[in-house]
Design a protein around this ligand. Structure first.
Ligand code: FAD
Length: 393
């Protein structure tokens, strides 16, 4: 355990963000005897999960989604509902006695003037100095809308999926959902079940669709098993499994993807877990259409040249990491704005800066963040000990 009589160790480690990633790191640090303070811009832990659409459940299993040191209660079921995950995160913070300061947004991370630690600039003119910083501000930080031509003058109703709560406001309406990732697919099904008059799903790249579980065996368990196997081998195996377990929906406008499942994962596209899309497409209740190209007054122009006039457009077009303002000046982001390291590794040019939650692994983000939390805690506790032994020499 680090020695608190060492002045360097009396400074806390600051963790930015009280989502699952930040909470997991803070708990793992505490277990290693490292003082951690979590800074959260909203007024409570798990802010992202409080905002997600109501019907959302984890598509990773309860067991493989738990954070270090506390199981998700069995009563939450195998596929944990959103509200119960929020309750779990509240309980998690309480159980581990985490030091969390809410309503503090970190706006910039800099080296401390003496070069030994990190200076955080935060709302209210705060300046906080930490011995290390863990950035856990979330992969799904800021809604992303493509720069579609004509969007500015589009007169119809358009919202980002991040604003969607439930199907209530769309009952009886003609809705176009843009983007066939997990979120778009699930919102399309929710709309159908919630009484929308017509639901179309605009698809740019045909997704891989996998059953959430097959004969009781969860897709996530396959993902964990195959994670380190050669991409081509996994692509072939996944293709064979898909032909057995997922019907051919080509006639309904959703052909099988040409690129293999794992190749797509490597490009950043996680397969869609089926929570009703296959059935809805088969029954013609969700109609796949071509990708959105542009907007015209009250029309949406699709890639096949057709023009449609839905009453509402819901853009399930993803999110940005939005780390540039916070960290862009430190040369720790790649060309896609993602941190260059994660887990226990810290960038050579910014030692003491750690990241969690910015990978998008096929085996589940919560699982990965639990693993990264332990690695970060170990690395930081090792750094303290090394610092001590160097000073005592
Ligand atoms: C719809 C959806 C479903 C998902 N389902 C699953 C699933 O089933 N299984 C799975 O493993 N993963 C899932 N994920 C992926 C991932 O596990 C979650 O997004 C998870 O919440 C990520 O945790 P996080 O802590 O990295 O980020 P977040 O939960 O987004 O938390 C980040 C926190 O940081 C705060 N913050 C941001 N910027 C600042 C700042 N500058 N200063 C202070 N605070 C700040 C935010 O307010 C927020 O509370 C899902 C993601 C989405 C979007």
């Amino acid at each position: 355990m680090p020695d608190d009589s060492d002045p360097a160790n009396t400074l806390p480690v600051y963790v930015i963000g009280a989502g699952p990633g930040g909470l997991a790191v803070a708990a793992a640090l505490r277990e290693q005897g490292v003082r951690a303070v979590v800074l959260e811009k909203s007024d409570a832990v798990g802010a992202s999960w409080r905002r997600h659409y109501e019907r959302l459940r984890l598509h990773t299993t309860r067991r493989m989604s738990a954070l270090p040191g506390l199981r998700i209660p069995r009563s939450s079921g195998r596929w944990v509902p959103r509200a119960q995950l929020v309750r779990y995160l509240e309980k998690y913070a309480e159980h581990h006695g985490l030091d969390i300061v809410t309503r503090v947004e970190v706006t910039r991370v800099e080296r401390s003037p003496d070069g030994t630690g990190w200076l955080l600039r935060a709302t209210g003119g705060r300046e906080l100095t930490g011995r290390a910083v863990v950035v856990a501000t979330g992969y799904n930080h800021t809604p992303r809308l493509p720069s579609w031509p004509g969007l500015a003058s589009y007169g119809g109703e358009l919202l980002h999926a991040g604003e969607y709560r439930n199907a209530g406001p769309y009952a009886g309406k003609d809705v176009l959902v843009v983007g066939a990732g997990n979120t778009g697919a699930e919102i399309a099904v929710d709309l159908v079940e919630g009484g929308a008059a017509r639901v179309r799903l605009a698809v740019r790249t045909v997704p891989h669709i996998v059953r959430r579980s097959t004969l009781g065996w969860p897709a996530q368990a396959n993902a964990v098993l195959v994670r380190r196997l050669p991409v081509r081998l996994v692509d072939r195996a996944a293709g064979a499994l898909a032909r057995l377990s997922v019907p051919d929906l080509s006639a309904k406008g959703l052909p099988r993807p040409e690129t293999g499942l794992y190749s797509r994962v490597r490009e950043g596209a996680i397969p869609v877990q089926d929570v009703g899309l296959i059935k809805a497409v088969r029954e013609g209740r969700v109609e796949p259409v071509a990708a959105v190209e542009s907007f015209e007054a009250d029309k949406v122009v699709l890639a096949d040249g057709s023009r449609i006039t839905p009453e509402v457009v819901i853009a399930a077009t993803g999110y940005r990491r939005a780390l540039e303002d916070l960290l862009g000046h430190l040369d720790v982001l790649d060309e896609r704005g993602r941190p260059v390291t994660h887990g226990g590794r810290t960038p050579e040019q910014a030692r003491g800066l750690y990241f969690t939650g910015f990978t998008n692994p096929i085996s589940g983000n919560l699982r990965e963040m639990a693993i990264d939390a332990r690695k970060i805690a170990k690395a930081l506790s090792r750094r303290s000990r090394q610092g001590l032994s160097r000073r005592s020499r």
